[in-house]
Write a protein that binds this ligand. Sequence first.
Ligand code: G3H
Ligand code: 13P
Ligand code: ZN
Length: 322
Amino acid sequence: MPLVTSTEMFKKAYDGGYAIGAFNVNNMEIVQGITEACQEQKAPVILQVSKGARAYANHTYLIKMVEAAVIECPDIPIVLHLDHGPDFETCKACIDGGFTSVMIDCSSRPFDENVAETKKVVEYAHAHGVVVEAELGTLAGVEDDVQVSAEDSSYTHPEEVEEFVTRTGCDSLAIAIGTSHGAYKFTPEQCTRNEQGILVPPPLRFDVLEEVSKRLPGFPIVLHGSSSVPRQFVDKINAHGGKMPDAIGIPEDELRHAAQLSVCKINIDSDIRLAITATIREYFDEHPDHFDPRQYLKPARQAVKDMVTHKLVNVLGCNGKA
Ligand code: G3H
Ligand code: 13P
Ligand code: ZN
């Protein structure tokens, strides 16, 4: 099956009450770990590439690795998506270079500028059979070279979404309801502690999501910053020489709930990084004499696969939906 757009995937996900996983890819082991899990679970998948990934791995290498995954995983639909496209030129380069979906992220710009740049991307993308994700509202955290502090983040204003979607013609919309990028999504001060002393983050703003969905019936919503920052990875990293105090993510039950509503795409990157780093740290501690990268990248790739399998089955609910 060749690379596809997300149109059909999102329609089925919306109607079926599940979400598609959008996983960031930066190297071969990550592509393999994700797509092997999806092939085994018969899950549709979005492989997404950030500006930083293109700078790190090179556009051509990324395209060719994803094309290899398409050949190796013949039973599942795969979308190749630009994550956080900063401007029209980057989106155009990806559309011209074989991507089937792009995100134009002008969410930090004034509303009318966001509309204008998004509309320009939509016109070019649609003329080339490519779909477009846009964003309204600002997430806290780091994405590529943009760092947004918690004070500068803002929830999506539901009263803006109809005008934005109508004027731009975008195919899906990322909204801000309390998720954020990276492994430190909340400060300890924002959280409470449960009986075991584990930090519990403030709940996502499902009221905002509900209000948005009421105004955009049937329209696919996207959640960025949706890593759960699993405790077992953070503990392993800290037990093997790492230092990640108070790393905290989005509880999986909240993501599962969002997937049952209008959220059709859930973005996960930090959990991949954590799975790899935890595995390699432990490996180095246990095998100080090993120096062949294949020795430690193999379990790291397996850890990505296991983590993605868990998300597909227990969080996204998209297993068996290919
Ligand atoms: O949204 C941010 C993604 O996790 C991509 O991160 O820009 O470091 O590749 P990156
Ligand atoms: P996380 O940092 O929570 O994995 O978010 C990834 C993301 O939103 C990519 O666009
Ligand atoms: Zn993001």
